[in-house]
Ligand binder design. Sequence first.
Ligand SMILES: Nc1ncnc2c1ncn2[C@@H]1O[C@H](COP(=O)(O)OP(=O)(O)OP(=O)(O)O)[C@@H](O)[C@H]1O
Ligand SMILES: [Mg+2]
Length: 333
Amino acid sequence: MGRLLEVRDLRTYFKTDDGLVKAVDGVSFYIDEQEIVGVVGESGCGKSVTQLSVMQLIANPGKIVGGEVIFEGEDILKYKQHGEEMRAIRGGKIAMIFQEPMTSLNPVLTLNQQLSESLMLHLKMNKEDARKRAIELLGLVGIPSPETRIDDYPHQFSGGMRQRVMIAMGLSCNPKILIADEPTTALDVTTQAQLLELMTEMVERFKSSLVIVTHNLGVVARYAKRIYIMYAGKIVEEGTCKEIFKRPRHPYTIGLLNSVPRLDVEGERLVPIEGLPPNLTNMPDQCAFLPRCPYKTEKCRTSPMPELRDVTGEGHKIRCYVDIAEVDNVTAK
Ligand SMILES: Nc1ncnc2c1ncn2[C@@H]1O[C@H](COP(=O)(O)OP(=O)(O)OP(=O)(O)O)[C@@H](O)[C@H]1O
Ligand SMILES: [Mg+2]
């Protein structure tokens, strides 16, 4: 499968009264056609800002200050934020499902009005065809009686059902990429699992790629082919899901693995990572994880932020001087 999206050295900063927040600071990643990729990290590490930057959905006081977003061979960061080309990409070729459905579903419009609008805009459908397609989409994502529910308003649905509607909206224009930004945090574990299951089924059917953005590494275990771990605006580990679960190599990844529940492991003991992520306005020169790292060495204390390096020669990369896999007795659960 070919390369669909490649983000290179993306930097997005926010000018605040407390200083410059380097929310995304030199992030590079790629997505292949029909691939499922996970982006994982604690709250505030820059996951959403990264994805929003890809869509050029960054508003004041934020600014994309550097990098490239190559999509189908073009650097789409060169497109004007509110121009025709970007509008065709947003919701058309790249669709995003947001954290909180009530912020992205319009409460005063029925599902038909919202779904049809997007189908008419991006796929140039007429009103009747759009309605037919909208009903079909609601059926596909498991909304019962879609032919009547389509004229209901978002608040007439439960949280889980609203998420299903969001998935239908996201997929309505046959996007090449569906970005699901933490679509599941406010929901119980069973609903969460069902929705992920549904999303992966749907992207397979639509031949789209899927980016699952979450703070729960356990959530992506079953679905993602590759994973990017973010910390303080940077990627600190990347590799295939298999490699990362078998042999995590960044101390932060180990911490994440031990601190989040997995959908496929029962009765496990959870150990939170001690301490807090750094203040992004006042970043130290050294590794950002240093103060929380149980494996730090003298070199870590005296050296600048490590570069991402490929430790296996096969794309398993870490931003760390210590390769945990080489430290005794470290294994993932
Ligand atoms: N409008 C803004 N003004 C100032 N800082 C911002 C703004 N939006 C985001 N940030 C900062 O950018 C950083 C990254 O935020 P982002 O929303 O990408 O985090 P996240 O990884 O998605 O977290 P979560 O898991 O909570 O969704 C945070 O430290 C946040 O405070
Ligand atoms: Mg977020």
